[in-house]
Structure formats: C-alpha cells, structure tokens
Design a protein around this ligand. Structure first.
Ligand code: CU
Length: 323
C-alpha cells in the first residue's frame, strides 16, 4: 500500500518536473525524459559562470537588479521615473514624493476566491498597465536566465519570494492597493475562472509571446495530501524539494505558457501559483523555526537582486502577509 502510493507520487513528480523544466522555446514539446536543468546534485548546482547582460531594456535597478543598465540610453523611456517606489524592507524610508496612505501597511495577499470583482479588475488592470509599459517583459526575461539557478536547488523558495516581491512592487507602482492573490490549487482543483479570458501578449527578448493554456492536459494537479506530505518534512531541503515538485505539477497542469520556464511568468496565474507556494513555505517556516535554506557564499544572494537569503526569512519584514 505504502509502496504503491509512493510509486504513484514519484511518477507524477518525475513527469511534471521533466516537462516544466524544458528550456526550449516550444512550450508544447513534451520531452518527459529531459532533465529540467543539469542539476544532478540538488545541493550543489552547477556554476554557469557568466554575468547577466548589461541590457538597456532594463533601465530600473530597483526592479531588475543587476540587469539594469548602469547608464541607460536616453532613448529608452522609463515609465515609472516619477512614481513612488517602496521596497518593503524594514529599514527603508520612502522618499517624500510617495503618498503616505499605504506607508506602514502590509500588503495582504488573499486567496483569489476572496477578491471582490473590483479587486480582480485592479489586479488585471495593473498587470495590463505594466505590460503595455514594457515593464513586465524584462521581469519575465529574468526568469529565463538559468544563471540565477532558481530551480531545483535550495534557492528555489527564497529566489521566487524576491521575484514575487519585485512583481508586487511593480504592480503597486500602478495601483498601490494591489497585492498578489494566491491560487490554492490543491484545494480548488480548478483554474481561476476569472482569468480564463485573460491571455496577454508580452514583449520578451525573444519576441512577443501570447499566453496560451492547455488546462489539465498533462499532469495531475497536486491535492491537499500532496501539500500535507511536503509540510510534514522537518528539514528545509526535503520540504523544499517536495514543495517544488508540487509546484512543478501545477505548472504542467495549466500547460501552454505555464509549462515553459521562459514564458510561464507571462501568465498572471504564474504569480498566483507562486504566491501559494510562498504561502505554504511561510506556514512551514512558522512550524519549523530555525530551518532555513542552507545557502552560503554567492548562492546566498538572490541575484540579480541584492537581497541575501537571511533577508527572505521574515515576510513581515519584507512587507507582506497572508490571510
Ligand atoms: Cu521559476
């Protein structure tokens, strides 16, 4: 009985990992035997050893970290030049030009099923705004660069925590009331219906990409038991590996863009899916104090951003919470 169950689980995990990790630009290619990245050893990912490009498509260091051009050419417009930016770090003092209505408030991330229609529209409008300003594409492109080693090693959870934060900060530049909602797919077993008609086209380095989905065609959506099994781990690496497996299956279950690492963040459900993964981690952290990602040296910096692993431990200090 136990063996049968474990066998089933591993099949599921292996299948979804192989598919989500495929890094070519054909989202539908189904090469289930390709390893996701060349990461034979979870704890010692390979060093890709080159620098992110100094690319004028990324004029804003605050959001794009090391990708930002040190001296952006004048012809590259920066849509957010005069807007308020509030990195949610404890010690950060917002500039005087910021409105102070939201200063000390945490961004409260809710279950998407709790959003009012107005809140849904605000999220989609902010998403659309950052997209048409060409601020979303560069953020998506960061996810396609494997030098950040953000999958299938202990950087997965802390790296995506900062990635979500940068996205939320970008959305909040357009609408400071927006926080990323989470999609509790293990409980819902369904795709958020209000997103079904929303398939934006995002300008990427590789060209424009229009979001596609192929819901439920591949993989099984992990259920509450899968999440509970991950939560039952007492050490970070085993927990994170199990949770990443749950995450991978969610990507493959949505299918289409979500199944392809370079395109997945074009779909708003990517952020809501990762928000749920981050929420589960936050819950696990409370239950397992002192269990942190075993990262040292360069691996402890969440490049291309400057946050260190220690900065990712406390979500309240980062400025958000879950209800
Ligand atoms: Cu990712």
């Amino acid at each position: 009985m136990a063996n049968a169950k474990r066998g089933k689980k591993e099949t599921k995990k292996t299948q979804s990992r192989a598919a989500y990790g495929s890094h070519d630009d054909k989202p539908y290619s189904h090469k289930r035997h390709d390893p996701p990245y060349h990461d034979p050893d979870y704890e010692n990912p390979p060093d890709y050893g080159h620098e992110p490009p100094d690319n004028p498509r990324y004029p804003d260091r605050r959001i794009y970290g090391d990708y930002a051009s040190k001296d952006p050419p004048r012809y590259v417009p920066h849509p957010f030049e005069h807007t308020c930016f509030k990195p949610r770090k404890k010690d950060y003092k917002p500039p005087a030009t910021c409105r102070d209505d939201y200063d000390d408030e945490l961004c409260i991330r809710k279950d998407h099923r709790m959003l009012t229609t107005d809140e849904q529209n605000r999220f989609l409008n902010a998403f659309t705004q950052i997209n048409i300003m060409n601020a979303l594409g560069p953020l998506v492109d960061i996810h396609s660069n494997t030098i950040h080693q953000m999958h299938h090693n202990p950087r997965f959870l802390p790296w995506h925590r900062i990635y979500l934060l940068r996205m939320e900060e970008l959305l909040m530049m357009v609408d400071p009331t927006v926080c990323i909602p989470y999609w509790k797919s293990s409980e819902e077993q369904a795709f958020p219906s209000w997103l079904l008609g929303f398939t934006p086209t995002v300008n990427l380095m590789s060209g424009p990409h229009t979001v596609i989905r192929n819901i439920g065609a591949f993989a099984i959506l992990p259920d509450a038991a899968d999440v509970a099994a991950a939560m039952a781990n007492g050490s970070f690496n085993t927990f994170a590996q199990d949770l990443e497996g749950v995450h991978d299956s969610g990507h493959v279950w949505v299918g289409g863009s979500m199944r392809s690492v370079p395109f997945a963040p074009c779909d708003p459900v990517f952020w809501m899916h990762h928000c749920e993964i981050d929420r589960i981690w936050a819950e696990w952290q409370v239950a397992n104090p002192g269990q942190n990602p075993p990262l040292t040296g360069a691996a402890a910096t969440m490049d291309p951003w400057s946050e260190a692993e220690v900065d990712t431990r406390d979500i309240t200090a980062l400025g958000y919470g879950y209800v």
